[in-house]
Structure formats: structure tokens, C-alpha cells
Write a protein that binds this ligand. Structure first.
Ligand code: PAF
Length: 282
């Protein structure tokens, strides 16, 4: 495995692979790998013959007061794990290498970025779309794999790729969970013992909401109330940022559940903000 820090060097390497007829796969990450990241690498490895993993804590997707400076980092451990999971190039740029001081070009999908996480993180998806687009330009992947835990991110990236005719196949990979149901996240390290003990109730509540729909409930408002009441009861120290039922493709809020619905939740704990979701089929 080769580590590349210079964006132009990555582009040169990937253009050469393209000329040689290789199929390039990309897994964009912000590092501090857990099983979720590793499963993205494994999934991508199976669909390409040159695997690029990017490790970049992208400053433009963090708002003021968010955890950019304290975001957990361990490049040496990440490099070892990426190598073990078949990565050909680990791309670790410096922020100054990715953004010129007078950077002024942004990619946005504003309709889909307004709700859910976008409501409390107004510049987040602009930063994500811009950096992912840069990574596509540099790594020139035929396939890129993203986790379904960040469902809104995945849906927005799919829309960006469709709207801009970017020649990449986007693969959404299922959420990887701890044995007790908590979705894996680099930010789980911020949880106190007490918070960690009840955090699995987020997934449990979403699964119960899916059961409610399976038993015939079609009023999205009633399902949302069920979720917020249950979370208030079972995760008492958390503060609900949102609990929503949305169309899984365009993220529009639902009033009636008449087809596939995504139940999505974000909760603030003392230092962490946890997100989770559950695809409900009707
Ligand atoms: O999901 C993430 O880790 C980030 O948002 C991404 C896609 C790597 C862009 O910085």
C-alpha cells in the first residue's frame, strides 16, 4: 500500500491506472477506522481492482463550535488497517493541499440538505458534496462506497452524481452495529459509560417504530410521536435533534406512509451527536 498526500500525485496515479484499464474503487473516510469503515473497504475491494481509501477530516463540513479540532485521529493505526483490507492507495492530504486559501467553488444540493442533519448543520452537506466531488476528480473511481448510516449524505451524493452526470457508481453499504444494536461511529468514543449503556435504545426504538408500521399504522405523525416518546423515556439524558419519517430517495417529509419510508433520528448526548436510521418497507 502506498500513502499519497499530494492531490495531483493521486490524480496522476489514478489516470495511469485508468489508461491501463483498471477499475478504480474509492472509499471516502475521515479516518479513525472501525468495523463500519472496514466493511466499506471490503465491499469496495470486491468491486474494483485498485482500491483508493481517502482519510481526510474535511474542514469545510464542520460548522463553528463543532468537533473539527477534537475529531479522533490515528493515522498509523488507520494505515495498518487499510493495508490489511486490501487498500492500494491511502490518500491523506493536508487541508491546505485540498483547499486553496481563496477556494471559492462549492457544490450544493440545497433542497435535500435543508432538513434532517442539515437543519442543525447548515453548511455540512455543502462541504461534503464539495470534497466528495474533489475526491471523484482526483481518484476517478468507477465505483464509490458510502455507509447507509449517513443516509442523508448518501441520498445527496446520489443526487449530485445524477445531476452532474458524474461517471461513478454509488454503492450504499448497510449499517454495521455493535452486538447490542448501537450503530458504529467514530464519535461513539465521546459517549460516557451511562450514555453508552442506553444508546442502543435508539436503534431499538426505530425497530419498534417499524413494527408499528408493520402492524398497520400509516400516520407518520403518530409514528414520530411514538419515537420521540420512547426516546425521552429510554435515553433520558439525550436531547432529540430530530425524529423524522422521510421519503428514502428525495428525503421529503412524509405525512402518510404508503410506500418505503426512512425513519431517521439524531440525538445530542453530552459530547456526542448520534444519528441512526431504519428503512421501513410497506
Ligand atoms: O462520511 C464521511 O466520513 C464524510 O462525510 C466523507 C464522505 C468522507 C466526506 O468528508
Amino acid at each position: 500500500m502506498k500513502t499519497i498526500r499530494n492531490p495531483e500525485e493521486l490524480q496522476r496515479q489514478c489516470m495511469q491506472w485508468e489508461r491501463e484499464g483498471h477499475r478504480i474503487g474509492l472509499v471516502p473516510t475521515m479516518g479513525y477506522f472501525h468495523e463500519g469503515h472496514l466493511s466499506l473497504m471490503d465491499a469496495c475491494r470486491g468491486q474494483c481492482d485498485k482500491l483508493v481509501v481517502s482519510l481526510f477530516v474535511n474542514p469545510t463540513q464542520f460548522g463553528p463550535g463543532e468537533d473539527l479540532d477534537s475529531y479522533p485521529r490515528d493515522e498509523a493505526r488507520d494505515a495498518r488497517l487499510a493495508h490489511e483490507h486490501g487498500t492500494d492507495v491511502l490518500f491523506c492530504p493536508e487541508p491546505g493541499g485540498m483547499y486553496h486559501e481563496d477556494h471559492g467553488t462549492w457544490i450544493e444540493v440545497p433542497e435535500m440538505a435543508r432538513g434532517l442533519c442539515g437543519a442543525s448543520r447548515p453548511i455540512h452537506f455543502r462541504g461534503v458534496c464539495t470534497v466528495v466531488n474533489k475526491l471523484f476528480m482526483l481518484a476517478r473511481p468507477a465505483v464509490a462506497v458510502f455507509g447507509q448510516k449517513d443516509w442523508q449524505q448518501l441520498a445527496i451524493i446520489r443526487r449530485m452524481v445524477r445531476d452532474l452526470h458524474i461517471p461513478v457508481q454509488i454503492v450504499g453499504h448497510p449499517i454495521v452495529r455493535e452486538a447490542d444494536g448501537l450503530a458504529l461511529s467514530s464519535r461513539n468514543v465521546y459517549l460516557t459509560d451511562e450514555e453508552r449503556a442506553v444508546a442502543p435504545n435508539i436503534h431499538k426504538t426505530l425497530a419498534e417504530a417499524a413494527d408499528l408500521v408493520a402492524s398497520g399504522e400509516r400516520d407518520a405523525g403518530a409514528v414520530k410521536r411514538f419515537i420521540t416518546d420512547r426516546l425521552a423515556e429510554t435515553v433520558p439524558m439525550g436531547r432529540i435533534d430530530y425524529a423524522e419519517l422521510v421519503d428514502p430517495d428525495n428525503l421529503a417529509p412524509l405525512e402518510r406512509i404508503s410506500g418505503p419510508a426512512l425513519a431517521a433520528v439524531a440525538m445530542f448526548m453530552s459530547k456526542a451527536r448520534l444519528i441512526d436510521n431504519y428503512l421501513i418497507g410497506v
